[in-house]
Design a binder for this molecule. Sequence first.
Ligand SMILES: Nc1nc2c(c(=O)[nH]1)N[C@H]1C(S)=C(S)[C@@H](COP(=O)(O)O)O[C@H]1N2
Ligand SMILES: [Mo]
Length: 299
Amino acid sequence: MPLKWSDVTPKPLSLNRRQLIAGAATLLASPALARIEAAPSKYSTDAEPNSLEDISTYNNFYEFGTGKGDPAAYAGGLTVDPWSVVIDGLVDKPGTYDLADVVKGQPLEERIYRFRCVEAWSMVVPWIGFQLSGLLERVGVQPGATFVAFETLLRPEEMPGQASPFIDWPYREGLRLDEAMHPLTILATGLYGEEMPKQNGAPIRLVVPWKYGFKSIKSIVRISLVDKMPLTTWNMLQPQEYGFYSNVNPKVDHPRWSQASERPLGGGLFAGRQDTLMFNGYEAEVASMYAGQDLAVDY
Ligand SMILES: Nc1nc2c(c(=O)[nH]1)N[C@H]1C(S)=C(S)[C@@H](COP(=O)(O)O)O[C@H]1N2
Ligand SMILES: [Mo]
């Protein structure tokens, strides 16, 4: 019987949740992006989730700066309602969809996933979301499509980090179609039973738990079905360091550091490192997709 988030919620959460709700002026007017009663999923890990404090104050979201505290400090000014997502390319029903329309009819679940950043820290997050496959089926993927490309919002007025030319904005990511259709791949609209904190990628972000964190693109405004491997932000910046696949793999080191172990966040001063698991612990579910590929080459 998997633990529910409410059973394991650490103390500091109650305060933070109240602050979040108080700050979420859009909560009442917007569609039900997160529900406390979202069904728990059989895909959840039984690891104990990190606190909301950890999850929402130590972030990578370069649109708001490169410091781990920058997203929590500066994402508050991001307008997430109204929000629309362009779905285009090789689909039967291309269009500009209102967020409510993207979410409509997709069964929201709570999915507790371990999240492993390429920088060798990890945390466990109780996401609220739905399978990307459900949305792709609804818009109708055409036979020629082989990859899915994603883009984040480009809005320098609200995203101060976009003033930096270091990244060729907007942030982009991609998945092979079979990866996108995998039941572990979700679009998340919340966490800890509430709407997504802006610093975590409100109002809708990808979560791909067997890949390094940077594949899980935040604040998505475009999903394109394409027939070629798309450009991705970190691969464009440092192709020798960040490949297209970026599957969590303790046996394939980053050129500048080992990927064999990780530091779980929030474990306190005396928490040790732990071994990183192949595919971040999701090997039984996903390894077959890479049969016949050399994962040291396709990193
Ligand atoms: N648009 C966008 N998405 C992004 C990033 C980013 O800088 N911009 N950072 C990525 C990286 S490196 C990580 S580790 C995760 C962090 O997600 P979290 O802050 O919710 O833990 O988001 C990923 N998605
Ligand atoms: Mo990351």
